[in-house]
Design a binder for this molecule. Structure first.
Ligand code: SAH
Ligand code: SF4
Length: 368
């Protein structure tokens, strides 16, 4: 037994070869048992009853600490479940399972917090703490898969959306390893992954070069630089023209349609003029538009547009020739909806409301 396993954040960071080294005095089939236990059976090594007890004890000692379910919140109808998960270093992240009739989608976090500072997003309000390892990303899907099994679900996790805490393209290597492993070992199809980005143009170009072709969603929210920079500070580094160029190149390289995310904020980005500007960009790069009313967060004064305004906005976009979907705000009652995930440990007690009226957004300093 070689117990010099380097420090890992998650058991899913350990490569197959590394298990072989760790269990070098064991027959090859034991390594397969451990690996398949994790990826097919959703079972941790020390829980594998097919292994001898002594080996399970050793594995329990040597394996990295598993993510701990600190709390589980369920929506009334059990279609949305949100977990607060404790990491080995006592940081915390949130993960959401959304159950639909024909699919089960997990919304995963890629970072503890986020450095992008979008003021309307609870994660952005909390700030950045650290990157997640690829294993910590995969383990979120593992936890959701175990829960699904315990619920007696007749299907496995079918879709993974990188729309939890953090900016996936700012944690590129971990993101790609996680996608690759989940694609191969959890048998989740490439097209069943959606990477959502705030608009990191070089990251979009890098994603175009990755052999596994996933869906790409770009969180646009504003179609002119003045408004976009006031809502999403990254726009100052990658303004709309640069972003559109990257999206266009991505589209040419992958032949995949991109989608634009647009959280409708009352009197901020929901005017007819906003719809026209958005339509111009969407038609330019052939993007599908997903609309969602902004979900409220403790640190931002704007509210979501009314449902009637959301429909008017959608109709106007359609009349201009765009493809539009209105997304449901799943899980708002358990603060599990888009933008409501916060690193609670860090934000409890320091949630703040920004001064100023909604119409004075461009005057607000965006919290870092
Ligand atoms: N960092 C990535 C992915 C995580 S955020 C990104 O920004 O795309 C996932 C989605 O939630 C993004 O589209 C983001 O713009 C959106 N979002 C953030 N705060 C929101 C809020 N308060 N209401 C609705 N959507 C929000
Ligand atoms: Fe980060 Fe996305 Fe939230 Fe912006 S919207 S702060 S990029 S998680």
């Amino acid at each position: 037994m070689n117990n010099t396993l380097p420090l890992y954040q998650s058991v899913f960071d350990v490569e197959y070869d590394q298990w072989s080294k760790l269990l070098e005095d064991q027959p090859e089939y034991r390594i397969k048992q451990v690996w398949e236990g994790l990826y097919r059976g959703f079972t941790l090594p020390h829980e594998l009853t097919s292994l001898p007890k002594a080996l399970r004890e050793i594995l329990s000692e040597l394996s990295p600490k598993a993510l701990e379910v600190v709390s589980e919140l369920k929506s009334d109808n059990m279609t949305t479940i949100k977990w607060l998960l404790g990491l080995h270093d006592s940081n915390q992240i949130e993960t959401v399972l959304m159950r639909y009739s024909r699919r089960d989608t997990v919304c995963v976090s890629t970072q503890v917090g986020c450095a992008m500072g979008c003021g309307f997003c609870a994660t952005g309000q909390a700030g950045f703490f650290r990157q997640l390892s690829s294993g910590e990303i995969i383990e979120q899907v593992f936890i959701a898969s175990r829960r699904l099994r315990a619920l007696g679900a007749n299907q496995r996790v079918s879709n993974v959306v990188f729309m939890g805490m953090g900016e996936p393209l700012a944690n590129f290597t971990a993101l790609i390893r996680a996608i690759d492993l989940m694609n191969r070992e959890f048998a989740i199809g490439a097209r069943s992954f959606t990477v959502s980005t705030v608009g990191i143009a070089p990251g979009i170009r890098r994603l175009a070069e990755v052999p596994i072709q996933v869906n790409l969603a770009v969180s646009l929210h504003a179609a002119n630089d003045a408004l976009r920079s006031s809502l999403l500070p990254i726009n100052k580094s990658y303004p709309i023209s640069v972003l559109m160029e990257a999206i266009n190149d991505y589209r040419i390289a992958t032949n995949r349609r991109v989608s634009f995310e647009w959280a409708l904020m009352d009197s901020v980005n929901d005017s007819d003029q906003d719809a026209k500007e958005l339509a111009g960009l969407a038609l330019e790069v052939g993007a599908h538009i997903n609309l969602i009313p902004l979900n409220s967060t403790p640190g931002w004064p704007a509210s979501g547009s009314s449902l009637s305004r959301v429909h008017e906005f959608a109709n106007l976009l359609e009349s201009l020739g765009c493809n539009v979907t209105i997304r449901s705000t799943r899980g708002a009652e358990i603060a599990a909806a888009c933008g409501q995930l916060a690193n609670r440990k860090h934000v409890v007690g320091k949630a703040r409301r920004l001064p100023g009226s909604v119409t004075a957004f461009s005057d607000l300093s965006v919290p870092k």
